[in-house]
Write a protein that binds this ligand. Structure first.
Ligand code: B12
Ligand code: ZN
Length: 400
């Protein structure tokens, strides 16, 4: 069929272009990107773990290298982009990946992060399998060791990168739903850098029994490892990392909501979410939603868009130019409400705290003036329970 050949040639170009553009935007931030055909991944997995896309569909695996910490994470924290209770590294990775794919305005991209779970409580993608089939890092599994010394004990498998050893993490899978790869594209084979039975046994034992020592990461001599600062960070248990970030001056000492008349909170730009999961910008007492997106430029319109001409433009989430004026006064109380509601949603997703205590804790520091602007307790309760239902089973935390 001629038309499909023509389309194939065109999509072959697309694949290369998309790969190059992703590389360009993510490598400077310390990430590596590997091409993967959905069929390569699905062919080694049982049906219930398949990605719901055609075999020829284009996907990419994103790894973070040791450089990510200094190139992306510390600047992300310094720019005060980290918000709410979810893990700062996850937020940073999400920010980087989201910015990288905004350039593909025409494409539908399914982004899956390593920490996300399906409603079935299975991971949204098996990171190690994806890394292996894309050729990024060989996945050493228990089944790959002949004459196993572990009797019936379960040993989890581990990926080894040919240059970085174990000094990397597998962060995301991006599926470009409408781009097909050449069905003849040869599958890259990952480098088997731990070929002997003895070394594989050592690797699996270090990973399963002594992973806190990080020796499994040095099973081959790596070209790069984590900096001392990064070791201090990842060596700190997740629950204590906020305190460390505060000591480094990368998180404010107190996360309390400032009062509307303190002036300070209405000056800084802050981002929260709309009801439908879009982005919302809070600035100088006004709330904006996204009007248009172009590459890293976002055009924002005032929430009261029917009646108001208030507009502004951000480039990489930084204000650009002078905002167009509003036809109404700013409403600092509404901004406090939006931020507080967002905080409640995050607590609902990330903690086991009961509904009434979430409402109590999140509103306790709110200025009195804002209290009249809050929805009724019952609707806040319904919102929290809806949020829980939505996230329950979708996310796990604690693995880094
Ligand atoms: C759940 C989880 C855990 C759980 C359970 C471990 C496990 N492996 O199940 C716990 C909490 C114990 C854990 C701990 C750790 N984890 Co963990 N964990 C995960 C997570 C979220 C899912 C893993 C999972 O459930 N897989 C499902 C099982 C069934 O998959 P599987 O065993 O690979 O089986 C499949 C393959 O065999 C495949 N298959 C069959 N035939 C073939 C043939 C080929 C050729 C291939 C390629 C595949 C294949 O089919 C099977 C499924 O049917 C992943 C991230 C992710 N989204 O994948 C990180 C991940 C595996 N963890 C990781 C790490 C680093 C750790 C820790 C060191 C802590 C840390 N984060 O620093 C510890 C140490 C491990 C230990 N002590 O056991 C890294 C591993 C990186 C690497 N180099 O491989 C990952 C990938 C996270 C990341 N972002 O990088 N983890
Ligand atoms: Zn307005």
């Amino acid at each position: 069929m001629i038309p499909s050949n023509v389309k194939m040639a065109a999509s072959d170009v697309d694949v290369k272009t998309v790969k190059r553009l992703l590389d360009e935007s993510l490598s400077i931030l310390g990430f590596e990107v590997y091409t993967l055909k959905v069929g390569w991944y699905n062919s080694v997995l049982p049906d219930n773990l398949h990605l719901p896309y055609q075999d020829d569909c284009l996907a990419f695996v994103v790894l973070s290298t040791p450089a990510m910490f200094e190139k992306a994470f510390l600047p992300f924290m310094e720019e005060r982009r980290c918000q709410g209770l979810s893990d700062p590294i996850d937020q940073c990775v999400k920010h980087c990946v989201t910015s990288a794919i905004t350039q593909f305005t025409e494409q539908k991209v399914d982004v899956r992060y390593d920490y996300e779970l399906l409603p079935s409580r299975k991971p949204k993608f098996l990171a190690q399998t994806a890394a292996h089939v894309s050729g990024a890092a060989f996945y050493y599994q228990q089944s790959g060791v002949s004459d196993q010394p572990w009797a019936s004990e379960k040993m989890f498998g581990v990926c080894v990168h040919p240059k970085l050893g174990g000094w990397f993490a597998i962060r995301a899978l991006l599926v470009f739903q409408d781009i097909q790869m050449d069905p003849e594209e040869p599958q890259p084979q990952p480098v088997d850098c731990v070929p002997t039975r003895e070394a594989r046994i050592e690797l699996l034992e270090e990973f399963n029994l002594r992973w806190q020592d990080w020796n499994y990461r040095n099973i081959i001599t790596p070209t790069h490892t984590y900096s001392q600062k990064q070791r201090d960070y990842f060596g700190t248990p997740p629950k204590q990392r906020d305190a460390l970030l505060k000591r480094w001056g990368l998180l404010p000492e107190s996360k309390d909501t400032p009062s509307p008349d303190s002036g300070e909170h209405v000056q800084a730009m802050e981002f929260t979410a709309t009801k439908r999961g879009g982005r919302k910008l809070l600035y100088k007492g006004y709330a904006y939603t996204v009007d248009k997106l172009r590459d890293n430029i976002t055009y924002w319109k005032c929430e009261e868009r029917g009646r108001c001409g208030g507009r502004l433009k951000t480039v990489n989430d930084i204000l650009h130019g002078v905002p167009l004026p509003h036809s109404h006064r700013p409403d600092p109380c509404r901004v406090v409400v939006l931020k507080t509601v967002q905080k409640m949603k995050e607590r609902a997703s990330n903690t086991q705290e009961i509904t009434s205590s979430i409402i109590q804790n999140c509103t306790s520091n709110c200025p009195f003036e804002a209290s009249g602007s809050f929805p009724k307790k019952e609707s806040l309760g319904r919102m929290i329970r809806r949020q829980r239902k939505f996230t329950d089973g979708k996310k796990i935390t604690g693995f880094r």
